[in-house]
Design a protein around this ligand. Structure first.
Ligand code: ZN
Ligand code: ZN
Length: 356
């Protein structure tokens, strides 16, 4: 079977590897249909998120069809359409028992597709707790956004806005920025989106919740959306990694700043301000207890129309084009901004005939 292997920075390739089969009693083997390209993948491939284990099959935002199960599996059957939770946790270590499964100490790394073999492949092997059967009306394409949404919902849980009227900003209109925008809207907030890349901005404007506006700069958002050039920053979600130092001085007292980008950046902020102005500087990654189920609920009920965020679908063998769409030129070894109108790009491994 095919698997897209990470060998080192800028060194990835599709390799022919032995086909996966159910070996343990609780194993579930999935024929992969779709895997979303995550910003993390761009960081891994470009070497800017140096946590991936060389030799690992990349890919973690995935759906497919159950191909084989172990003898003790009862929750899913061969032929079931499923969404995969790629983030293992043991459920028994101290971090798991204290509601922090995303930092389970027994998982030896981060998640499938980074520390363990992932889903840019024809098959993937996991255990029964990490697959969720999809209802017929939910497409395998849409459900590939369940994993990024669970990360978003984990972050949204940690944001405690001072009021539902809080001035709320989402910086970056990539998939995570747009999913944050949708999730914050469901939470009752009214976010505005700021995106400096023109192509991203144009795509975002077509897929935002009703009443939400997107702008090319903070200044434009303040002026055009709030009608106030000094509109306060009550709640900020920064998906870019790059804005904390600049924006924290402008946070309103009691404001919250959520940083979820995975680009390394050293910043200097004044600890006195954090106390004196009651600021919350928050980070978030991966799933918390129950957030995968929340994401599954919001995707399968259509409360968040995640399929609108899918801009491109490319076959596995054309993965370089998929990455290039997001500004990652693997052969040229450059990572820049997306220059075409794009959002979530899916890699198609072997989608069933009815869902291509
Ligand atoms: Zn991801
Ligand atoms: Zn654990």
């Amino acid at each position: 079977m095919r698997a897209l292997k990470f060998r080192g920075a800028w060194d990835v390739a599709i390799e022919d590897v032995p086909e996966l089969h159910a070996e343990g009693p609780d194993d579930v083997v999935v024929d992969i249909a779709y895997t979303g390209i995550c910003g993390t993948d761009l960081g891994v491939v470009s070497g800017s998120y140096p946590v991936a284990v060389p030799g690992t099959t990349l890919g973690h935002e995935s759906t497919g069809v159950v191909a084989e199960i172990g003898p003790e599996v009862t929750g899913v059957a061969v032929g079931d359409r499923v969404v995969i939770n790629p983030t293992p946790y043991c459920g028994t270590c101290r971090m798991c028992r204290t509601q922090r499964i995303n930092h389970c100490v027994n998982k030896h790394g981060t998640e499938s597709g980074i520390s363990y073999d992932g889903t840019y492949a024809d098959r993937y092997r996991t255990t029964s707790a990490f697959v969720h059967r999809l209802p017929d009306h939910t497409t395998l394409r849409a459900a590939a956004l369940t994993e990024p949404l669970t990360c978003v919902l984990s972050g949204v849980r940690k944001i405690q806005p001072p009021s539902l009227s809080a001035y709320t900003y989402v910086f970056g209109a990539g998939p995570l920025g747009l999913l944050y925008t949708w999730a914050l809207t469901l939470k009752g907030l009214s976010p505005v989106v700021v995106e400096t890349a023109p192509a991203r901005l144009e795509f975002a404007k077509r897929v935002l919740p009703e009443g939400v506006t997107a702008h090319a700069s903070l200044e434009e958002a303040r002026r055009d959306h709030f009608g106030d050039e000094r509109a306060p920053l009550d709640v900020v979600v920064d998906t870019t990694s790059g804005l904390l130092e600049r924006l924290y001085t402008e946070l309103a007292c009691g404001g919250a700043y959520m940083s979820i980008g995975l680009k390394s950046k050293q910043v200097t902020i004044d600890a006195m301000h954090i106390a004196d102005r009651s600021l919350s500087i928050i980070g978030s990654i991966d799933s918390l207890h129950g957030s995968f189920d929340e994401a599954y609920h919001l995707v399968t009920t259509g409360r968040i129309p995640v399929d609108r965020l899918i801009s491109h679908v490319v076959p596995l063998e054309e993965y370089k084009e998929g990455f290039a769409t997001l500004g990652c030129d693997i052969d040229g070894r450059t990572l820049g901004g997306a220059t075409t109108e794009s959002c979530k790009v899916l890699i198609a491994s072997a989608p069933p005939a009815g869902e291509r």
